[in-house]
Design a protein around this ligand. Structure first.
Ligand code: ATP
Ligand code: MG
Length: 253
């Protein structure tokens, strides 16, 4: 009996850990994110989702990892000047080709294909997708429901008008699949209105990922918080932790 216990303990400790770069967070999750997993970072606007993702990639650069930042809604220049302000200067790593920042235009056709190609062909160790919300809201129209094996992913409130079915959340499955296949450790962000009963805007992402970190704001108390709500292979507290944003990014206080 004791043998089995120590073996299972050993199995847990053998899960590779990827450091987040966020001061104090790794201590809450057994040393870091489980390697080759997807973690959702959700929270309202201004809660620090993008900053946390940038810290994760900055740490990756320090550790010699090849990194990718995919963004669907922000221009790269603005993002880089915000991170520089925080003391995270990505320019040398961009020039060395160790990190790539890619802005994808949602109005272009084949946006999903471009993204999946980059994820699958780049040999990246760390990937950020900021944010998944526009992608989850973009419908794919199909005219043959037999093509969709899992009918539960069809948005049931939408009716077929011209014989086609808008499937709103299919991209989400595709992109999570690409991230899983790529064998990298990734973060995806989702906007979350305050008081939402879900952990992501689409209400589905939290079920497709291995970990969920929820960021929140408490304006009355002038406080920011971060809570680990789910993390595969990891014993962790659910208690929201006070955080602050300053030089270097987010720190748990
Ligand atoms: N240099 C800085 N020093 C201290 N705090 C900062 C600094 N830069 C940004 N912040 C804080 O971080 C917030 C922005 O964080 P971030 O961009 O990560 O939020 P977000 O959750 O990604 O928001 P959105 O959903 O709008 O993309 C700002 O609103 C500000 O409160
Ligand atoms: Mg952001």
């Amino acid at each position: 009996m004791p043998l089995i216990q120590s073996e299972s303990k050993d199995m847990i400790s053998r899960v590779g850990r990827i450091k987040t770069g966020v001061g104090g967070l790794d201590d809450l999750i057994s040393g870091g994110l489980p390697k080759d997993t997807i973690t959702l970072i959700s929270g309202p606007p201004g809660s620090g989702k993008t900053i946390l993702c940038c810290q994760f990639l900055y740490k990756g650069i320090e550790e010699g990892d090849k990194c990718l930042f995919l963004t669907l809604d922000k221009k790269i220049e603005g993002l880089l000047s915000q991170t520089q302000e925080l003391g995270l200067d990505f320019q040398p790593a961009i020039e060395k080709g160790q990190i790539k920042f890619l802005h994808l235009n949602m109005s272009k056709k084949l946006v999903y294909e471009t993204m999946a190609n980059e994820i699958l062909s780049g040999d990246y160790e760390r990937i950020v997708l900021d944010s998944i919300t526009p992608l989850s809201e973009m419908p794919i129209y199909i005219n043959n429901l037999d093509l969709v094996k899992d009918l539960s992913i069809i948005d049931s409130e939408e009716t077929s008008t011209d014989g086609t079915y808008p499937i709103r959340r299919l991209h989400l499955h595709y992109i999570m699949n690409a991230l899983q296949t790529a064998k990298c450790t990734s973060l995806v962000t989702s906007e979350l209105p305050s008081g939402s009963p879900h952990m992501s805007r689409d209400g589905l992402s939290e079920f497709l990922v291995d970990g969920v970190i929820v960021m929140s704001l408490d304006p009355t108390m002038d406080r920011r918080k971060l809570a680990v709500m789910k993390m595969r292979n990891t014993k962790h507290t659910l208690k929201p932790q006070d955080i602050e944003i300053g030089k270097g990014g987010i720190t748990i206080i």
